[in-house]
Every structure is written in C-alpha cells, then in structure tokens.
Design a protein around this ligand. Structure first.
Ligand code: CTP
Length: 408
C-alpha cells in the first residue's frame, strides 16, 4: 500500500563520499521496485565509495557526477533535474555536503541540483559521531531544516571507525519508508481543488503610494506547494509578494487590492473543496484614489479618508456549502485564543490557525512559525512547536485532511 505512493514518482538520489554510500544501492533498488524513476547524482568523492556503474545499473539511468560528460560534451542541466524531481534524497549526506547545501556552495552537480530543486528534499546524514555532534554540523542541519528539508536522523550504533555513537545513516528501508509516507500523504487532498489567498494587499492612494502591510506571503505559498505536492489542484490568489517559486499544480492569480482579491477568490470558490485564507488583507482602503501623484505643495493632503474593505473570509463563509471547508488565520497579540475563537465563529470557518506574534521566530517575514489550531467541531485546540514554514504547512494540511476525512 505504502509503496504504491511512489509509483511514477521522479526521485533524485544524491550520493556523497561516505562509507554508507554502499547502502544507497539498496535504497535505489527499493525505489525502482516501487515503480519510481530514479536519477542518481554522485559527488566526485562518492565514486571512491561505490561505482557509478552499480548505481546506473540499479537505477536504469546513467549516473550524473559532472556538469558535463567529457567525451561527448553533453551538458547536464541541474535546472531541468530540479524541475523534474518530485523529491530529492541525499543519502548519505556527509558533513561537507550538508555544509555546502546550508551555505549554497554550488560547486558540484549535487549541490546545484539541490539549489534548483523545487520539490521536497530529504537529507540522511552519515558521519563519525564527533563530526555529527559538532556544533557546526548541528548549525548546518538546523539551517537545512529551516530551509524546508526533512532530516532523516542518523541512528546510533557501531560506526565505520568502530566507535559507537550517533552518525550511522538510517537504514535504506527506513529512508524508503520516509519517502513513501511523504507521497502517501497526498491521498485526502488528491484531486481536490484548493483555493488559497496569500500575501498582503496594497490599497492605492495614488499611482505611486499605497497602504499595505509586512506580509511576505511565505506561509500561504508553502501551503500551496504542499497541497499541490499532495495532489490537489491549487488556485493561489496572491497579493504582491517577492519572487516565490511554486510547483506544478499551483495556478497563481496575482491581485493587488482586497477588492480584487475578493473577486478572484469568489470566482474560484464555487468549485473549491477547501479554501485557506492566509492573506493579510488590509482592513481599510482610501475612500478616494488619486489618478495623479499627489504633490506635496499643490494638493498635499493631511488626512486620508478610509473605507472598510470587504471581509473575504466572512463573505466565503456566508456562501459556504456543506461539503466545502474554510480555513482562516488569526494573528493576535492579546487574548489570542478568545479572539481566534471569535473569528472562527464570526466568519463561519471550520478551522483557524492562530499565529503567535510573541514567540521569537514566528510571524511575518520569518522562515519559521509557531501555530495553534482551533476547530469549529469542538475538538481540542492543537499546539505545535516552532517549525519551518514548510513543516507548518504540512501540519496545517494534515489537520485539513482530517476535516475532509471526518466529514466524508
Ligand atoms: N480576512 C479576509 N478578509 C479581510 C480580513 C481578513 O479574508 N478583509 C481573513 C484573513 O485572511 C484571515 C482571517 O480573515 O484568515 C482573520 O484575519 P484578521 O486580519 O485577523 O481578521 P479581522 O477580521 O481583520 O480582525 P482584526 O480585528 O483582528 O483585524
């Protein structure tokens, strides 16, 4: 059942120069047996530990080790590989490659492919116990975690050095299990249409000025990518954000203002199974928008009259049918649970994600977040520790899946 989830999936397997590289042969074999397509990339030193011929025979694809093949001049595109991948797993991941991945030192095919990879990346470290315990390794692994990688923790046991401790690469069966579980997760959202709002809204004052907020859109985009990874077709109605990449399955509808966001959301909502309202919508907009830039001397203004923006969540909440699920966010500074519960009821939501502003590392602009989820069906609230936004996205979607499953 689990292995079925890997059928047809494109998996990039990155192999580094460590003694555990011999175990990667079993991992590749398991992936191929499960019906996955595998492309192996080896670092130059990995070739000292296992031959490319072994891995190309098992994977059924020539192994890539260099940027180009010397005798044919064929160029290997890390960009294409990054886009091709449904997941990438680096096993074994040595201290050196972990450090390069954490700092973006793109001097081999493995690291360039990692940087180009839009899919989930798994990292299975393998090293001596002292290297594993070194603060530099811990720091680099923490950076990878924050960048959204899933670290498959090494086991404790006898190491190649005969020392006993933590650093032994997780067994290939367990690494395979992590990948299978990841793809297995797609089931409840697979084939569903998910509408997501993300980012800030800009409310124009004149052609060059606006009222806005500091939302970066990272949380909404992380949810969109994770939902697509689980097989949903995602409409992402996005306010103005920086360049955030999306994966196949996510259709971005760019908007600027709250009114435009409402229009786009209402267009998509009738066919949506789930709507997740992660946008930081401006509560007010200027009553009047100037066609020309306001000049300080000639038509300078002292006050801007504001009018209330539509509440997108509440509007969709009023239109919601019995088989649609609506999820909102709340960012509160005081009495967070009371205010979030109030919004949950007032906007007719099924679930609300409470963002903590008081915890360091959580909220706007950070790559991490700390959430509590409240439910309309009387379930107890669920609190989560500080995690990367990719991991938080997975927690949110796990809970949405439980709403879908419970209500089917
Ligand atoms: N929301 C929305 N449209 C708005 C305002 C909010 O869709 N005009 C959504 C947000 O995307 C979020 C939820 O409603 O999912 C709560 O947003 P928040 O700004 O906390 O709610 P407000 O109703 O504006 O409450 P507050 O008085 O705290 O500003």
């Amino acid at each position: 059942m689990m292995a079925e989830a890997l059928r047809g999936k494109h998996i990039v397997v990155g192999v580094c120069g460590g003694i555990a590289a011999y175990k990667t042969a079993s991992l590749v074999r398991l992936l191929i047996k499960a019906g996955a397509e595998v492309q192996v990339i080896m670092t130059p030193s990995a070739r000292e530990f296992i031959t490319p011929l072994t891995l190309s025979t098992l994977s059924g694809n020539p192994v890539i080790t260099e940027f180009f093949t010397a005798n044919t001049g064929e160029w290997h595109s890390h960009v294409k590989l990054g886009l091709w991948a449904d997941a990438m797993v680096v096993a074994p991941a040595t201290a050196a490659t972990i450090a390069k991945m954490a700092t973006g030192v793109a001097d081999n095919m493995l690291v360039t492919s990692y940087l180009s990879c839009r899919a989930q990346v798994f990292v299975a470290p393998a090293m001596d116990l002292d290297m594993m315990a070194h603060p530099s390794t811990s720091r680099n692994l923490e950076t990878l975690r924050r960048d959204g990688c899933i670290i498959i923790e090494p086991a404790a046991g006898e190491l190649a050095s005969h020392l006993i401790g933590r650093g032994r690469m997780e067994e290939p069966e367990n690494i395979f299990g992590c990948l299978a579980q990841f793809f297995e997760k797609s089931s409840a959202l697979a084939g569903k249409h998910v509408l997501i709002t993300a980012g800030p809204t800009y409310e124009r004052i004149d052609p060059v000025r606006f009222i806005g907020n500091f939302s970066t859109g990272k949380m909404g985009y992380a949810i969109a990518n994770e939902a697509a990874r689980r097989g949903a077709s995602v409409t992402l109605v996005s306010g103005p954000v920086g360049n955030i990449t999306t994966i196949d399955g996510v259709t971005v509808v760019p908007v600027e203002s709250a009114c435009q966001m409402l229009d786009a959301a209402q267009q998509a909502f009738p066919t949506a199974d789930v709507a997740i309202l992660a946008a930081a919508v401006a509560d007010y907009r200027p009553a009047k928008q100037f066609d020309h830039k306001i000049k300080r001397e000639t038509n300078g203004i002292e006050q801007i009259e504001l009018v209330k923006n539509p509440d997108i969540a509440a509007t969709l909440g009023a239109q919601k049918s019995e088989n649609q699920r609506l999820v909102g966010f709340a960012l509160e500074t005081d009495h967070p649970i009371e205010h979030a519960s109030d919004k949950l009821a007032r906007k007719n939501l099924d679930m609300i994600v409470l963002n903590s502003l008081s915890d360091p590392g959580a909220g706007f602009g950070f790559d991490t977040n700390k959430i509590t989820i409240l439910f309309a069906d009387g379930r107890q609230p669920a609190s989560f520790p500080l995690k990367s936004k990719a991991e938080v996205a997975a927690d949110i979607l796990d809970n949405i899946e439980s709403l879908i499953v419970c209500n089917q």
